[in-house]
Design a binder for this molecule. Sequence first.
Ligand code: SAM
Length: 239
Amino acid sequence: MNKFEPNAYSHLWFKFFHIGIAETRTAREIDFVCACAPLPRFRKVIDLCCGMGRHARHLFNRGYFVTGVDRDGVAIARARELSGGPNYIQADVRDYQLDACAYDLVIMMSQSFGYFDASTNCDVLRRLGASVREGGRVVLDLWNPEFFSAHQGERDLELPDAMVRERKRVEDGRLFVHLDYPDGGYDDFDWELFGREQIISLADSMELDLIIACTDFDRAVGPDPSNPRIQFVLERRAA
Ligand SMILES: C[S@@+](CC[C@H](N)C(=O)[O-])C[C@H]1O[C@@H](n2cnc3c(N)ncnc32)[C@H](O)[C@@H]1O
């Protein structure tokens, strides 16, 4: 991936942060998704920014029909190698044509929404909202703005195989993260941050209602400023 592209996930990011994700963590996230969009009412799913397909694979194994989309060719190739179940497509989420009302459920997991400027993020949400049928749902697993406002600065992340230096700051409603890897490689990411109120007002203009805002993939636990992640479930309004 071109380093000049914003939010280009390097092979080092995949190596240190993605490949080793525990199956128990993925299973918990999938339990949450399945509870928010149970079979058989929800079956056709698109996993946008699917990475190496950890959610797509699990959902397929539980009986959903799944399409995974990611712009990273290596991630998509690995996803295809790991399971022939879901249909995988290499594409940029900004360009990928989502058919209207084609899905029961859209998921964007692990802070995969918010990478672009405000108007592009709005356009992405509008298109993915329009791609679910009436009563269809959108699951967004995002960074919690309140957590990051209180947790800026530098720290060393002790990973099983390496120490990664992380620097993060929040500015004008965006989170900026710089990672330095042990071999001199680095990554830069930035996200527009969305709290509950911002998501409600953004979604409202797109015929989407917020039906769940929670943390820790537990529908019973409200957003928590001490947890970096927040989950929103939106439902497409009936016309
Ligand atoms: C943090 S990873 C999450 C992967 C997966 N959703 C998960 O939870 O394991 C973010 C993914 O978004 C993908 N990505 C970033 N920008 C993208 C874009 N513009 N279009 C499609 N995929 C993108 C990256 O290649 C990466 O695989």
